[in-house]
Design a protein around this ligand. Sequence first.
Ligand code: AMP
Ligand code: ZN
Ligand code: FE
Ligand code: FE
Length: 281
Amino acid sequence: MIDLHTHTNLSDGTDTPRELINLAMAQGITTLGISDHDTTSSWEEATNALRPGMDLVLGAEISCLTENEISVHMLGLLFDSENQALQDLLEESRDQRIPRLKKMVTLLNDAGITVSIDDVHAATPAGATVGRPHLADALVALGHVSSRGEAFTELLHNDSPYYVSHIAPTPVTAIAAIKAAGGVAVIAHPFASQRGKILSAQDFAPLVAAGLNGIEVDHRDQSASERDNLRAVARELGMVITGSSDYHGNGKINRLGEHLTSPQEWEKLEAMATARRVVRK
Ligand code: AMP
Ligand code: ZN
Ligand code: FE
Ligand code: FE
């Protein structure tokens, strides 16, 4: 059971890296990918928590924006965490999230919804990449909404009047940085139209030219027809096909292992990294 895309409380998941490792091992996951938003800060604890019996694939999910302002999430897996250019890119993205959340707070305040950036920071675990889910948690703590999910549906979704994007690398820039650091790049949930504007089929060729390795097809936020269309795009372009849970602990309904990557596809993907960086005890 191979689940390549999960989050810990070092971004917007709710399990610590150790809790996630323990859960994955208890559930019989054989290969677990950890891909926190714009950070590798979960890698150390995850590595220390690992025990024999499961392979650990360390990575990050990089928030990107296309020239047309379409939000794209790029999974980078098996890269060298000591690559300075990639770490600089991740740090810049994390920094951009703070003024962005301040703008969202101001828009909410202008509409009479009282919340402060300090409330958002108070809802963010130490060392975590801050994001809308932490603003959602602040809104729950203040009694404006009852859950993260309701905060997104009512106030924080991509088409909401309170939504602000943050300055982010283009998908091509992110792919180039991941590849230069020796990793593999898999575009996450690219046809999840329920989240907002999405890429069209012809937008993938430049990403492939930049070095894209795989496409996440099986994901909760993509409908059956979106998955079919995406599978066809992936086959046409010779991309590795992945499936994953995008598990966030209690932060989302996604269950660990609810979608998986086949061993054949994983073997192809792993072979595309420049070094064998899978962690094994
Ligand atoms: P951000 O990166 O700050 O734009 O926040 C985006 C993150 O919010 C995504 O990675 C999801 O994990 C999370 N998210 C999006 N929609 C929902 C939802 N309906 N409920 C809980 N979390 C969500
Ligand atoms: Zn997330
Ligand atoms: Fe994502
Ligand atoms: Fe994710």
